[in-house]
Write a protein that binds this ligand. Structure first.
Ligand SMILES: O=C(O)CCC(=O)C(=O)O
Ligand SMILES: [Fe+2]
Length: 295
């Protein structure tokens, strides 16, 4: 699948050609050039180590030993999860916990990735002519630091005989994905197409909140179903296991925030339900043996 390429310009997103954004919003996925100021080293190290035992002598010891950090410690929907029907073991962490749980360089990287993701969200709202006065309500605060922002790490265990990561759509607005190993597939009609990683680039994809908001626009944005193929054990080549991670932007999910999902139609916002319930449903269905994480 040939995806469009964008770059981060002077505090806004830029596409390579006119019309490229329209292709990207239909594809639901595009590449963004890695901004020179965005150092990915800490995230890459965490992705390779979070699931390992901490060993005091190892140079990466701050980045290992996170299996014991579970939702009891860091809060609902967060911490370490080991799936049964998928090869993934994962680590989720929301912004409020970044500085206290992550090694400092990773907390800084997460914040930089958040800025790029919000820039993408604002770019779309502007392109679709959604009035600025509605942005905060429409995005559940996500445009203004009041959203829910989490970093998710995936380690694909090749010794587990299961799908890599089940079919799903991301729940929220924008995902900024670091996925360099191949195996990601996107749905295109009845077929599944490979997304081949483009060196020096991150992958952006849109989630369900964006699809719902824009579904009656004349330029709707797609949340495209995707999955990761089963990863096979390296046959003696010593190749490292597949890992990936992403920054996810959702509407504010704290109970007190009372945010809603909306569709924008006839110049107003129409209530389409609770984002918290939506996230819970889609996550639960994604990791069921027989389910799919769609809505
Ligand atoms: O590992 C990948 O390439 C994709 C991961 C993904 O889709 C997700 O974490 O939502
Ligand atoms: Fe995803």
């Amino acid at each position: 699948m040939e995806l469009q390429v964008a770059r981060v310009g002077d505090r806004r997103l830029e596409f390579a050609s006119p019309g490229a954004f329209d292709r990207a919003r239909v594809d639901g996925f595009f590449f963004v050039e890695q901004p020179p100021a965005l150092d990915l080293d800490a995230g890459d190290r965490f992705a390779r180590n979070f699931f390992k035992d901490r060993c005091a002598h190892a140079s990466d010891s701050d980045f290992a030993g996170y299996r014991s950090c579970t939702q009891d410690e860091v809060g609902a929907r967060q911490g370490y999860f080991c799936r049964d029907a998928d090869q993934t073991e994962q680590f989720f962490l929301e912004r409020a916990n970044w500085t206290s749980v992550f090694p400092q360089p990773l907390a800084a990287q997460a914040e930089s990735m958040r800025h790029v993701s919000v820039m993408v969200l604002e770019f779309v709202l502007r392109e679709l002519n959604i009035p600025h006065s509605l942005w905060h309500q429409a995005t559940g605060g996500a445009v203004a630091d009041d959203g829910s922002y989490h970093l998710t790490f995936n380690h694909f265990r090749p010794e587990v005989s299961a799908r890599g990561l089940n079919i799903h759509k991301d729940s929220g607005w924008v995902t900024l994905l670091r996925s360099t190993d191949g195996g990601l597939e996107v749905q295109a009609g009845d077929a599944w197409e490979d997304v081949s990683p483009l060196p020096g680039h991150l992958i952006v994809n849109f989630g369900c909140a964006m699809e719902i908001l824009t579904q009656s626009s004349d330029r709707p944005v797609s949340a495209v179903a995707h999955r990761v193929r089963q990863q096979l054990p390296a046959d003696g080549s010593g190749a490292p296991d597949r890992v990936s991670y992403g920054l996810f932007v959702d509407s504010g999910l704290d109970r007190g925030q009372r945010t809603r999902l909306y569709e924008y139609a006839d110049a107003r916002l129409i209530d389409r339900g609770s984002p918290g319930d939506f996230v819970d449903d889609i996550v639960e269905r994604t990791y069921e043996t027989e389910g799919v994480g769609l809505y």
